[in-house]
Design a protein around this ligand. Structure first.
Ligand SMILES: Cc1cc2nc3c(=O)[nH]c(=O)nc-3n(C[C@H](O)[C@H](O)[C@H](O)COP(=O)(O)OP(=O)(O)OC[C@H]3O[C@@H](n4cnc5c(N)ncnc54)[C@H](O)[C@@H]3O)c2cc1C
Length: 331
């Protein structure tokens, strides 16, 4: 029988891609001998890659949401609460109604969308980077009969760098299917330089694919603000792009709680050891979009990190098995 003093409490913050995988694996590996607790403000896990299908009306919000309580079958206690703070000295997390202590803390709080960081953004852009906005965009598309559709990206990191390309192509296919592609101009803007190099380089290939579909690519366009009345995106050096429907990715930043407690830097997220995912605080690890790893902000990355971290923590806690190396398969 497990001695009470050896019983460990592993707290996982966030029930997105990284948090759910870490909780599932640790619950399975540690069973009832230890406490695995997952905290999220939402009752459900939301599968964000499918926001693009919500945008087109091919999925409903309920199709891409699952109750986090399902994790309780895997020995995971789920607490629905806002997370207000982390105290690394006391090894405690402050929730709405209680403080919970931890022996090990896994932070997987993703990145938060921050429409307030670009003037005019909230009134102007409809985008599939949040569920409610994806639903609004779906409804706008249903009523759209023609005009200029502009897809674009902000400065700084955002969830899934290739997704704005997918969004352009899916919109192209949607308008073709609807029989109105001849009445729609699609344009894309990014602050990146025009890609050059080998045709099989992913960015070169994506650029070529967009052009093949008749989508104009505006490179080195840095957004300053948006004028929702004139329907114009204003860039640096007086550059402007007009639109009828704007599908711009919102700026993203680390969760406010991570900035407030000093675990995350302003834009880059939480500094982690690239091999162990350990943060500057003892027994505190970060995975997924909130971790400042040299990798895409992608669910696939969060999943791989969660698998490796859960395995290695289980080895440390139980003394059984051998740790494995983190080797990310991503661009
Ligand atoms: C349109 C779109 C398409 C995408 N396509 C792909 C794809 O094809 N492939 C791919 O790999 N990835 C894709 N992604 C990216 C992927 O969804 C994210 O990289 C992934 O979800 C990150 O997982 P995470 O666990 O780090 O964070 P998240 O999934 O963002 O989870 C963070 C969780 O923390 C919770 N939270 C945050 N702050 C608090 C707080 N203070 N209190 C309580 N709870 C809090 C949130 O509610 C959330 O549930 C896409 C994303 C989008 C938007």
């Amino acid at each position: 029988m497990q001695l009470l003093s050896q019983r460990k409490k592993i707290v996982i913050l966030g029930g997105g891609c990284g948090g759910v995988v870490a909780a599932t694996q640790l619950g399975r590996k540690l069973g009832a001998d230890h406490d695995v607790i997952l905290v999220d403000r939402r009752p459900d896990h939301i599968f964000m890659p499918a926001f693009l299908f919500v945008m087109l009306g091919e999925r409903q919000p309920r199709d891409i949401s699952r109750s986090l309580k399902i994790l309780e079958k895997r020995n995971v206690r789920v607490i629905q609460s806002e997370i207000h703070g982390i105290d690394p000295v006391r090894q405690e997390v402050a929730l709405e109604k209680e403080k919970i202590s931890y022996d090990y803390l896994i932070v997987s709080l993703g990145l938060q969308t921050r429409p307030d960081l670009v003037s005019g953004f909230a009134e102007a852009s409809q985008h599939p980077w949040e569920m409610d906005s994806a639903v609004r965009l779906r409804d706008s598309l249903a009523n759209f009969r023609g005009g200029r559709v502009v897809v674009g990206v902000p400065l700084g990191p955002y969830r899934c760098p290739p997704a704005p390309y997918e969004a352009q192509w899916m919109l192209d296919g949607y308008f073709r299917k609807k029989g109105i592609r001849d009445h729609v101009e699609i344009e894309y803007f990014t602050r990146e330089a025009e890609p050059t190099g080998e045709a099989h380089d992913p960015v070169v290939w994506m650029d070529a694919e967009s052009k093949r579909r008749g989508i104009k690519q505006n490179y080195e366009f840095v957004v300053r603000s948006i004028d929702p009345e004139k329907k114009v995106v204003q860039g640096l050096y007086n550059a402007e792009i007009s639109y009828d429907l704007l599908v711009m990715v919102p700026p993203h930043r680390p969760a406010q709680v991570l900035l407030d407690c000093g675990l995350a830097d302003t834009e880059t997220g939480i500094r982690v050891d690239y091999d162990t995912l350990q943060t500057k605080w003892d027994n505190v690890y970060a995975i997924g979009d909130c971790a400042d790893m040299p990798a895409s902000k992608a669910g696939g990355v969060a999943h791989q990190e969660a698998d490796v971290l859960a395995h290695n923590l289980a080895v440390e806690i139980t003394g059984k098995g051998r740790p494995v190396d983190l080797w990310l398969h991503t661009i």
